[in-house]
Design a protein around this ligand. Structure first.
Ligand SMILES: [Zn+2]
Length: 320
């Protein structure tokens, strides 16, 4: 354990900056965190990132990290480590994050967006260990994801792939935050579930949630379903059938060993996985169905740090 290689992992979030020293086994040896400065320039934020990273480094004696991995809360050019702009940190535009971290610590810095790096985390340290091909989806307020194909993260020409929540599953459909409509996210995310429940309640259908109209959340729909509410069960089932056809498309596209589902909505447990598996396996091509597993994500709070670490280790191999 003592002789293992280490990297610096930085998880830049909209509310918190987390930094850690992580070894090859995915063990966090030291960590530090701070609030993300808001309403200030990117320079202030970068100074805080450097300070927090130094704190994490100070917790390990003789730390000789190979490289830095950085998880970004928004779209980032993975080749140059430039954060475009993100609604999660207003005021940051075209920030050369990787370069600034690299200069501060004298190490190469590899940066990717949080959904892609969460896929890397599950692949290297979580439910996807040993896979060469997997699809990771996080289903919460929205739907994000990442794809590992033939042992490599798919990132696209500008690093913006894979926007898994915005595959189109309907010709019409609810409007989506991306400007389109009929996206998977608009049907199967927590937001989509809540909206569908509101729509059904508005027509006067009977439900234990009638009194909650106007403030429905996905969590309330799941709780009502588990307490026997038929309308809540119908709404949730329909949303998860959309997630199932989304997964069928991902199986057809990527021929994965695993589809890994994380995010708050997956706390519904077997109620979710049973429907998604049934629909996905029924609707994907028969030849591709064999050997695919649809499983819960294994990592929780540290997924951002471990994704950054995994990404750094993956690239650091090319440095030595
Ligand atoms: Zn969309």
């Amino acid at each position: 354990m003592d002789n293992m290689n280490t990297v610096i992992a930085i998880d830049l979030g909209g509310t918190q900056i987390r930094a850690a020293v992580v070894n090859e086994a995915g063990t966090v040896l030291s960590r530090a965190r701070a609030d993300t400065p808001t309403g200030q320039s990117a320079d202030v934020g970068i100074a805080q990132m450097i300070h927090t990273t130094r704190e994490a480094l100070a917790g390990v004696s003789n730390a000789k990290p190979l490289a830095i991995g950085l998880s970004s809360p928004g779209p980032i050019d993975p080749r140059h480590g430039i954060l475009f702009s993100t609604p999660n940190i207003p005021g940051w535009h075209n920030v050369p994050l990787a370069q600034r971290m690299s200069e501060a610590f004298g190490l190469s810095c590899f940066a990717g967006n949080d959904a892609n790096l969460a896929a890397v985390a599950e692949w290297q340290f979580g439910a996807g260990r040993g896979c060469t091909d997997l699809v990771y989806l996080t289903v919460s307020t929205g739907i994000g994801g990442g794809v590992i194909s033939s042992g490599k993260l798919i990132d696209g020409k500008r690093g913006l792939a894979v926007e898994a929540g915005h595959i189109l599953v309907a010709l019409d459909g609810p409007p989506c935050g991306c400007g389109s409509y009929g996206c998977l996210e608009s049907f199967a995310s927590g937001t989509g579930i809540a909206r569908a429940m509101e729509e059904r309640l508005a027509t006067g259908e009977a439900s234990s949630l009638t009194e909650e109209r106007g403030r429905i959340t996905a969590r309330m729909v799941v709780a009502a379903m588990q307490a026997g509410d038929e309308l809540a069960a119908a709404v949730f089932t329909r949303a998860m059938r959309y997630l199932g056809i989304g997964c069928a498309s991902f199986i057809n596209l990527f021929d994965p060993q695993k589809i890994i589902l994380g995010g708050g909505v997956t706390k519904a447990g077997s109620a979710l996985f049973d429907i998604v598996r049934e629909v996905a396996f029924k609707r994907c091509m028969r030849e591709l169905r064999e050997g695919v597993e649809i499983v819960p994500a294994a990592l929780r709070d540290d997924v951002g740090l471990l994704g950054a670490a995994g990404y750094a280790f993956e690239h650091a191999v090319n440095l030595v």
